[in-house]
Design a protein around this ligand. Structure first.
Ligand code: HEM
Length: 444
């Protein structure tokens, strides 16, 4: 019989529970929960009771074994005004249909065909760079992964004023993230100053994405991109996706598909610039295997150290550091009763630092992946792409993109991080650096 009481955890304050710590010091808060209360902890955010499993078997139970009894948690719903009923935020039969329609575009053979676009757009970025130039690493990689997403997903070469578009996206997400922190978010239709700004930002984004869809529909020949597939995709009964569905899916794939990969590259370069031994080994691998070229799909399996660097960067600084689910019925987890409506949080930031599976976990040490570690540890000790039926649809795409960009950039340039940079994290949906990563470019 599962226990009816709650797993151990902090009491917090009378009204907010642990809300203040969750909002101001989220990464440390989750680490402390696992260290002080063990493999299954609980805490309260305002009226909501949360479970926090940090043992791989419990995480597997939520993400895989009991997946059909969970939906995405309330935080995911906060982003619905932008992501609508796209793959990330939809549920049930609707989600399954969209996932099946989208899946073929993400199979390995198709993803490999995107490799030339990835290296060409990276070379276009390098052509704009100059030795001695000061850059924000995060900004640069966001720009190039955004261009790659627009081309491979929507067949678009240019979005016109990219800067305005990227800023508008950021602005919308910053505003929506504030709602995630509210105890009880005020409905968006209530005309508070913040709601008015949020609604304007969303309307702006919708206009941009409607432009993508119109361009996709206007093309005479359906392109090789995902949007073209979705535009022409027909259900078994012959019906097509409505403009609203297309917009939701386009927005979802664009957003899910570029910022996470940009962060993987940003954190990789930060870690390499501060770990010259690892960087030297990487440069040696590239010079031996590639000799100055961008990697082609045939090269990718010959770059084990590159793969290890990417895996280790996603371990130390996971771009998605938190996944949430909500129980749709009464369940059991780790011997405790999970009441219907309970939220379960799982954190890659915490799991990836578990000393039971990663020796010296704070250390950036790519070599740990070279002798079969991935096979020795439990599957859900390391899960940068989540798992189960809702596992990231773009994981092959992302890993290939990261390897191509790392090698293409790293054979031409190196980054020197500004010495007065103080690393600070801004954990929203993804794990961003608070003040960017300012650096100076030098030729390799
Ligand atoms: C390093 C880069 C990436 C990371 C770390 C990452 C991480 C994740 C994680 C952890 C999830 C599961 C979230 C959950 O279970 O609640 C997810 C889902 C998803 N990702 Fe990624 N992702 C990356 C790149 C991409 C790319 C390149 C695309 C598309 C081009 C993409 C599209 C999606 C979509 C559509 C989902 C929702 C899948 C579903 O629920 O059916 N991601 N991602």
């Amino acid at each position: 019989m599962p226990k009816n009481e709650l797993p151990p955890g902090p009491k917090g304050t009378l009204i907010g529970g642990s809300l203040a710590e969750f909002n101001t010091n989220r990464l440390d808060f989750f680490l402390r929960l696992a260290r002080e209360y063990g493999d299954l902890a609980s805490f309260r955010l305002g009226p909501h009771r949360m479970f926090f499993p940090s043992h791989p078997d419990l995480i597997e139970q939520v993400l895989v074994t009991d997946a059909k009894h969970y939906v995405k948690h309330f935080g995911a719903r906060v982003y619905k005004p932008v992501l609508g009923n796209g793959l990330v935020t939809s549920e049930g039969d609707f989600w399954l249909r969209q996932r099946r329609l989208s899946q073929p575009a993400f199979l390995k053979n198709r993803v490999l065909t995107y490799a030339p676009v990835m290296s060409n757009l990276t070379c276009a970025m390098l052509a704009r760079w100059r030795p001695g130039q000061r850059v924000d690493i995060g900004y640069e990689f966001n720009g190039v992964t955004s261009a790659i997403a627009l081309k491979t997903l929507f067949g678009l070469d240019d979005v016109g004023d990219r800067e305005e578009f990227v800023n508008s996206l950021r602005n919308t997400f910053d505003l929506l993230s504030l709602r995630f922190r509210d105890l009880i978010p005020i409905p968006l239709w209530v005309p508070t100053p913040r709601n008015i700004r949020t609604r304007r930002a969303i309307a702006h984004l919708r206009r941009v994405v409607d432009g993508f869809i119109a361009a996709g529909r206007a093309r005479k020949e359906p392109g090789d991109d995902l949007l073209s597939r979705l535009v022409s995709a027909r259900d078994e009964d012959g019906s097509r996706m409505t403009d609203q569905q297309l917009r939701d899916e386009a927005m979802t794939l664009y957003l899910a598909g570029h910022e996470t990969t940009a962060l993987t590259l940003t954190w990789s370069w930060y870690l390499l610039a501060t770990h010259p031994d690892a960087e030297a080994k990487l440069v040696e691998e590239w010079s031996r295997v590639l000799g100055g070229r961008s990697p082609t799909p045939d090269d990718l399996h010959k770059l084990p150290y590159t793969d290890a660097v990417i895996a280790e960067a996603m371990r130390v600084y996971p771009p998605v550091y938190l996944i949430g689910r909500e129980a749709t019925c009464d369940l059991e987890l780790g011997g405790y009763r999970v009441k219907k409506g309970t939220t379960i949080f799982m954190s890659q930031w915490v799991s990836h630092r578990d000393p039971r599976y990663f020796a010296d976990p704070e250390k950036f040490y790519p070599e740990r992946w070279l002798d079969g570690l991935a096979k020795r540890i439990p599957k859900y000790a390391y899960y940068p792409f989540g798992g189960g039926p809702r596992v990231c649809i773009g994981n092959t795409f992302a890993l290939m993109e990261a390897a191509i960009l790392l090698a293409t950039v790293g054979q031409r340039y190196k980054f020197t991080i500004d010495p007065d940079t103080v690393l600070a994290f801004n954990p929203q949906i993804t794990l961003m650096p608070t003040n960017g990563i300012p650096a100076t470019l030098a030729m390799r």
